[in-house]
Design a protein around this ligand. Structure first.
Ligand code: ADP
Length: 270
């Protein structure tokens, strides 16, 4: 009778624990979603400006076509140029909206244990699959596999890595450098830290202060949303994204908490 009672109590306790975990998970998803929405709230002023620009340009081109047509001065060249500009500007506006949608989208929270070194290698392969001319991604690390295990949404972390690699490549292209991009992994307390180092143009100090602000860009065709999305993703994983100048170039680092079981087993062994 006692064994039966104890078994019943245990299974009840297990159910309660599972329910509690599910509730904590749902609360966390909701919180992350709200924090993304609050960023969007802050963004709305800048967003209006970002969308106004391409809309105004499209309007100007369309009106100039009408004027030329009315005065009989519409040439095939002018028509082609205006149509191209209108198409480019509409793509730009769509890309701004796409970035915003990615930020606002309510995603189901995924957390799986992955080896960060493997995620780096996969992201490097993805980059080369998409852009065969991309520089080599050189991973150097001497952490034991247990200290590279992080609890993450692998797709989101790959998105962050691809963004950092692409920015590093852009900066190196601007500096006409074709060196490999270096990636290092280190343990920092209960975190694994990952740094991406390039030998590109770097950024002056006053611009570095705005690096993670939405819509900050120095590229003629840039949107300036990549790094603010990376920051949101890393912070939703309990980590931190930062940048520091290098000689030459820039180093972008992010931390991710190590999977708790791995820390425990590492501490037991050492
Ligand atoms: P985008 O690439 O569309 O401009 P990001 O948010 O990814 O948007 O980057 C914002 C800006 O930060 C870039 O325009 C560039 O000026 C700067 N930046 C980012 N990464 C680097 C880097 N590795 N080296 C130099 N500048 C960088």
């Amino acid at each position: 009778h006692l064994v039966k009672r104890r078994t019943r109590e245990l299974s009840q306790a297990l159910d309660e624990r599972q329910q509690l975990e599910a509730r904590v998970m749902a609360d966390q998803e909701q919180m992350e979603h709200l924090s993304r929405l609050s960023i969007l709230g802050e963004l709305s002023g800048t967003l209006a400006h970002e969308l106004n620009q391409p809309l105004a340009t499209m309007g100007n081109y369309a009106r100039s076509l009408l004027r030329r047509q009315a005065s009989g001065k519409l040439t095939a060249d002018a028509l082609e140029q205006a149509a191209n500009e209108i198409a480019n500007e509409s793509e730009r506006a769509a890309a701004v909206l796409g970035g915003i949608r990615a930020l606002a989208k309510k995603r189901q929270r995924v957390r799986e244990i992955h080896d960060l070194a493997e995620l780096v290698q996969e992201a490097g392969q993805l980059l080369h699959g998409m852009q065969p001319g991309a520089p080599e991604i050189l991973l150097s690390q001497n952490l034991p596999p247990t200290l590279r295990q992080v609890c993450v949404d692998p797709l989101q972390i790959q998105q962050v890595l691809l963004n950092l690699f692409k920015n590093a490549w852009d900066a190196q292209q601007a500096a006409q450098v074709s060196q490999p991009i270096q990636v290092g992994l280190e343990m920092e307390g209960d975190y694994c830290s990952l740094c991406v180092r390039d030998q590109g143009t770097g950024l002056p100090e006053e611009q570095l202060a705005h690096l993670f602000e939405p819509f900050f860009t120095t590229k003629p065709d840039g949107l300036g949303l990549g790094l603010s999305i990376c920051k949101t993703i890393v912070e939703a994983h309990g980590g931190h994204l930062s940048a520091r100048p290098a000689q030459p170039g820039l180093v972008l680092c992010f931390t991710l908490p190590l999977a708790p079981e791995q820390i425990a087993s590492h501490k037991d062994n050492s």
